[in-house]
Design a protein around this ligand. Structure first.
Ligand code: PMP
Length: 420
């Protein structure tokens, strides 16, 4: 029997508004059941949709070499390793992948975790503890906040990308201090000004941990992430990345010096006390990392970034409110593969999502707590194989639903409003 008091509390918790959408309306953006997942056009439930809600930024999840890497690993090692890295769960693919990641990043070592979430949780909490201070960007990923809590360090947040406010916090912190930022923000699609952040970290002798979950495989000449764009790889203590997005597999890693990685190897609870990643994921990731260092890796990233720019510019021309491109140190700017459309209002976001769904377009709806309370948005992610015809169609529909002359939020279907 469930506790009635607990269930009542959950039901009436206004912060979890999504719970009400999920339980009261079946035409909502969440938990749609995919019949295929990794192409620019996929089948979801009863329809085919242009997929703009996937983190498969380079289209590698379905690449023949990546599939072959996964299949060979499955064939050799079976479905799972049934043990933690510490005991029986480390297989030769782990060490091969860790060496390949370290080589690629130009660091002494790298450590692979079962998920990116666990890489942040374990990596950050292994480096800082009681009495230390962790300063995070307010838009940092949930796993970073959870990691800070697990570490039991003092947590301070500064307003998104405001290096002046970060500096103010640094100037008032004593003892061991670590700054944690995303290289590329998952919801806003914007880059952190990593050159300025690294400079203030150095000035105040603070460590720097950068989450490159969304930028690894896509950004920089070697495509190791945003740090490369700013030329500050050597100023970062720990570079976290996901295997689950641009690299088309599953898992996460941290690259850094031997000392940093060793600290994680022995202190990261999410490394020590969980079953290691499945062999197929490691085999796929290894193939992807190898692919990254070929002409094809570069060419795929170039096509993705060109598609991002094309979509962004089209949306701007259609009068849709999109996030601005990120400035780069050389005076140019960059549109990342994440092109967020500001909607701000939750109800309008859900209703626009639904109109897109009916038009055969799959976007991701982001609302509080994924973004700020008044920061609801539709997150569009491009892949290299999206065609300009597909992107033009998305722009046309977005312009119709959210452009300057589109109808006001009042035109939302009443039943979705009721669900909220
Ligand atoms: N960091 C960031 C910035 C993320 O967006 C995510 C997940 N989307 C993670 C870490 C966790 O990665 P994973 O999904 O591989 O657990």
């Amino acid at each position: 029997m469930s506790s009635q008091r607990m269930l009542d509390r959950i039901r009436h918790d206004k912060r979890i508004w999504a719970h009400r959408v999920l339980t009261k309306h079946d035409q909502n953006p969440f938990f749609r059941v995919m019949k295929s997942v990794n192409a620019p056009v996929v089948d979801v439930e009863d329809r085919s949709v242009i997929m703009l809600g996937s983190n498969n930024y380079l289209g590698l999840a379905d690449h023949p070499l990546v599939r072959a890497g996964a299949a060979a690993a499955l064939d050799k090692y079976g479905a799972t390793v049934t043990g933690s890295r510490l005991l029986n769960g480390t297989i030769s693919l782990h060490t091969e992948l860790e060496e390949a990641l370290a080589d690629w990043h130009g660091t002494e070592q790298a450590l692979v975790f079962t998920t990116g979430y666990q890489a942040n949780l374990g990596g950050i909490s292994a480096l800082c503890g009681v009495g230390d201070t962790i300063i995070v960007d307010s838009a940092a990923h949930a796993s970073i906040y959870d990691a800070c809590r697990l570490s039991r360090a003092t947590i301070r947040a500064f307003r998104h990308n405001r290096v002046d406010l970060l500096e103010e916090k640094l100037s008032r912190s004593t003892g061991v201090v670590m700054v944690v930022v995303d290289g590329l923000y998952s919801m806003h699609g914007d880059l952190a000004p990593l050159d300025e952040i690294a400079a203030v970290c150095e000035k105040y002798d603070a460590a720097l941990f950068v989450d490159e979950a969304h930028s690894v495989a896509v950004m920089g000449a070697k495509r190791t992430g945003a740090a490369e764009l700013f030329g500050i790889e050597d100023d970062i203590d720990a570079r976290m990345g996901c295997l689950s997005k641009g690299l088309g597999s599953s898992g996460g890693f941290v690259a850094g010096s031997k000392d940093i990685v060793d600290a994680m190897r022995v202190h990261a609870r999410t490394f020590l006390f969980t079953t290691a990643g499945v062999p197929a994921a490691l085999g796929a990731a290894l193939a992807s990392v190898q692919l990254m260092q070929t002409e094809e890796g570069a060419e795929r990233a170039t096509r993705t970034l060109a598609n991002a720019r094309y979509l962004h510019d089209g949306l701007v021309a259609a009068g849709v409110d999109v996030h601005a491109p990120s400035p780069l140190p050389d005076g140019t700017d960059m549109v990342s593969p994440i092109v967020p459309v500001n909607v701000r209002d939750d109800l309008r976001t859900v209703n626009t999502w639904r109109k897109l769904w009916d038009a055969g377009i799959f976007a991701s709806a982001a609302m509080f707590p994924a973004v700020a309370r008044d920061g609801a948005l539709l997150r569009l992610c491009v892949q290299p194989d999206h065609t300009t015809t597909q992107l033009d169609y998305v722009v046309e529909k977005m312009g119709l639903f959210l452009g300057e002359n589109s109808p006001t939020p009042d035109s939302a279907p009443a039943e979705v409003g009721a669900a909220l």
